[in-house]
Design a protein around this ligand. Structure first.
Ligand SMILES: Cc1cc2nc3c(=O)[nH]c(=O)nc-3n(C[C@H](O)[C@H](O)[C@H](O)COP(=O)(O)OP(=O)(O)OC[C@H]3O[C@@H](n4cnc5c(N)ncnc54)[C@H](O)[C@@H]3O)c2cc1C
Length: 461
């Protein structure tokens, strides 16, 4: 029995999207523009706070397909031209300008206040023809046998309704509704971090192009940590520390503001940038694990965005990957309709290609956390790798040959094997969901997917 009014109605759509963050709104915009009948369910009322403010430049191409570029160009969001690093001694690298590797207008991207950005995206999806229900919580996905056929939603007025569609897209972010249900979530054994962050008014801004840079400021040696420093509109700067939980929070009490202030004081490039600024928000805290789902689809459903996987935020890759997955899912869905085939294999055909891109970024994440690793030292020995490195920092991870950098880089840092292989090799299946599939079966699956033509060259256009 439900304790809320029960009103069962059935509405039919081509595609149901659960979650209206960047992944959900983007796939809804694309599909609606391209002729599908789409409905989005979002449990919150936008605008709502969310972390994940610094975009990578390759988001441009998905924004173009969504038809939202002009709105972004007219927005007050700060323009981002580069990323810059500082080592634990406070020595700052020269900025990595994206236009050094990319001569297109896509070399400039945005730093976004997510409350406003996500609202822009979900309203855009509605303008493109998607039906959007906010303050509507998906209670469960409905299955006929193993095939997803719809959802049960708790509507804003408290009633429960069912909706049916050929495809259900899970874009519920870290809730990861379906990969949790099937116990597909694989945690990265080495990437477990604690995060504290807040917002400052009046913090230091460099002049001109550098004013919009993302800064990655390493904290003291042994902490394995770093601060992000992300300039937003209205003179607000997002400042956050990411570090090993044992270092950052264990045994340091409940006073997060005190811990945060202590860490700022210890990080000279951060300290001097915020010393005259006023903190204008609370301290937010997150325990974050990097993870990926073992599968990206089942019969009648697809997982995209953080609902499929989340990678440590060091290079700001989350929204980019969410948008790329939105495009790949849209292409797979069009093909499924064209063939009247909504099987897991058809819908999930892009997983191998997607995983290769995520793995490219994951290798760079591991390099960063390697004690003593420094991009400056690496580039001193291999200056010809600067453009490859910038390509990765742009998010150009799906390009052939982008992995060439990891040969030379392996002289400086441990470069990991793919997550699934690493987990199977380490026998961590119990702690990591059900990683029981043998590696050779996985390899066969990859080969199978590799043989299939991807319908549109939407990734890395
Ligand atoms: C500390 C930190 C820093 C980060 N920094 C960056 C950065 O600088 N740049 C970057 O690109 N990325 C960053 N990320 C990653 C980024 O936040 C995510 O990758 C991105 O938000 C993923 O988008 P999404 O649409 O998949 O999920 P989300 O943005 O989380 O959206 C999911 C939506 O689903 C809704 N939902 C959940 N369950 C239900 C349900 N049952 N019914 C209905 N709705 C539901 C939620 O309310 C939410 O709005 C960071 C992440 C962390 C943790």
């Amino acid at each position: 029995m439900h304790d809320l009014p029960m009103e069962i109605t059935t509405s039919n759509f081509d595609v149901i999207v659960m979650g209206g963050g960047p992944a959900g709104s983007s796939v809804a915009s694309i599909l609606a523009r391209e002729g599908r009948k789409v409905v989005v369910f979002e449990k919150e009322k936008f605008p709502r706070h969310h972390i994940g403010e610094s975009l990578m430049t390759d988001t441009y191409f998905t924004f173009e397909r969504m038809g939202i570029l002009d709105k972004l160009k007219q927005s007050p969001f700060v323009r981002k031209y580069s990323v810059q690093f500082a080592n634990p001694a406070g020595k700052e690298s020269r900025p990595f300008y994206f236009f050094e590797a990319n001569h297109h207008e896509s070399a400039v991207t945005w730093q976004v206040t997510r409350a406003e950005f996500d609202k822009l995206l979900i309203e855009h999806a509605e303008e493109q023809g998607a039906t959007v229900y906010q303050q509507t919580l998906i209670k469960q996905v409905l299955f006929a046998g193993e095939r997803a056929i719809g959802v049960e939603a708790q509507m804003a007025d408290g009633s429960r309704q069912t909706f049916h569609a050929k495809v259900v897209i899970d874009a519920t972010g870290q809730t990861a509704m379906l990969s949790n249900k099937f116990r597909w979530r694989l945690r990265d054994p080495k990437l477990k971090k604690a995060v504290l962050y807040s917002y400052f008014k009046g913090a230091h801004r460099e002049p001109d192009l550098n004013g919009g840079a993302t800064l990655v400021l390493r904290t003291e040696l042994g902490s394995n940590g770093w601060f992000w420093y992300i300039p937003l509109e209205n003179d607000i700067t997002s400042v956050g520390i990411v570090a090993d939980p044992d270092y950052l929070v264990k045994g340091r009490g409940q006073d997060l503001a005190k811990i945060f202030a202590e860490e700022v004081a210890k990080c000279e490039p951060c300290r001097r940038r915020v010393e005259k600024a006023e903190r204008v928000d609370k301290i937010y805290s997150i325990l974050d694990y990097s993870y990926r789902s073992k599968h990206n689809a089942g019969d009648g459903f697809i997982l995209i965005g953080d609902a499929y996987g989340f990678l440590d935020p060091i290079y700001s890759s989350g929204v980019l990957l969410a948008l790329k997955m939105a495009e790949l899912a849209a292409d797979a869905i069009h093909e499924a309709f064209a063939n009247d085939d909504f099987s897991a294999i058809r819908l999930g055909q892009f997983q191998a290609r997607l995983d290769r891109g995520i793995e490219s970024m994951r290798k760079l994440v591991y390099a960063f956390y390697n004690e003593g690793f420094s991009f400056s030292r690496f580039l001193q020995r291999y200056p010809e790798q600067r453009v490859n490195l910038i390509n990765l920092l742009i998010g150009n991870v799906f390009q052939e040959g982008v992995d060439e950098i990891y040969g030379p880089m392996s002289e400086f840092a441990e470069i990991p094997s793919p997550l699934y292989e690493q987990i199977v090799a380490q026998g961590l299946s119990k702690a990591n969901g059900e990683a029981t599939e043998a590696p050779e079966i996985l390899a066969a699956k990859y080969l199978y997917y590799d043989d299939r033509a991807v319908p549109s060259e939407s990734v890395n256009s």
